[in-house]
Design a binder for this molecule. Structure first.
Ligand code: FES
Length: 234
């Protein structure tokens, strides 16, 4: 791996902005830099068949992956991503969406962060979590598709823990972090297939409809959930 440095207005692993002229001393391969500067498959797919949103506890960054799937062959015909992460995350999301296109869901599930890192000519070890994040985003999009199409074979009952875990994949647009970590969720319950989620925001808040839609999408596809009620505090 050659040694390249990124400087400019980027974020560090500690999620702080670099000062002007400060050099980020992570060695990046030429391929990482190519995918970072000209990432493939950037953007959002409207009405995707599957969508995954993953956040990293290590740095607070997030990545969203969208897929279009052929319903007969289960081949991923299109894959795109939006990243709020660093150069490694963007480069990994770029390469894994390339790798996923043309693969069946089962084949795409087997793409690992190690494989992505190798394709990129290696990543600094401190940046491993960034590529894991992108790979998990793709896996979450595949799981989302499988749940929506009744393809999940291991059916665990939905508990409050499952609900909270799911809600970690809903972003709070006020902060760019998920709604659990930012304490936006006051209470969750599940009873007879009815989920109730209490959100600490007024119903007329500008982000309330988007958050509600995301929550309903994340929880509504669970096999034993019949209805999702999202309640705002005022
Ligand atoms: Fe957050 Fe890389 S430092 S994704």
């Amino acid at each position: 791996m050659g040694t390249y440095y990124v400087k400019g207005n980027y974020r560090t692993a500690e999620s702080r902005e670099l000062k002007k002229g400060e050099i980020m001393k992570f060695p990046y391969s030429q391929k990482v830099l190519e995918h970072f500067r000209n990432p493939h498959n950037v953007g959002k797919i409207e009405n995707p068949d599957g969508k995954g949103l993953e956040g990293s506890p290590a740095c607070g960054d997030m990545v969203a992956v969208y897929i279009k799937v052929n319903p007969d062959t289960k081949v991923i015909e299109d894959a795109k991503f939006e990243s709020y992460g660093c150069a490694s995350n963007i480069a990994t999301a770029s390469i894994i969406t390339d790798l996923a296109r043309g693969k069946t869901l089962d084949e795409a599930k087997k793409i690992t962060w190690k494989q992505a890192s190798e394709e990129l000519g290696g990543l600094p070890p401190i940046k491993a979590h960034c590529s894991v994040l992108a790979v998990e985003g793709l896996r979450a999009a595949i799981t989302d598709y499988e749940e929506k199409h009744g393809l999940v074979t291991e059916k665990e009952p939905t508990t409050e823990e499952v609900i909270r875990k799911r809600l970690k994949h809903v972003m709070n647009p006020l902060t760019g972090l998920d709604i659990i970590r930012t304490n936006l969720i006051l209470k969750t319950t599940i009873e007879d297939g009815i989920v109730r989620v209490v959100v600490d925001l007024p119903a007329n808040h500008q982000f309330a409809p988007a958050i509600k839609e995301d929550i309903m999408e994340k929880l509504g596809s669970l096999w034993d959930v019949e209805r999702v009620d999202v309640v705002f505090t005022a």
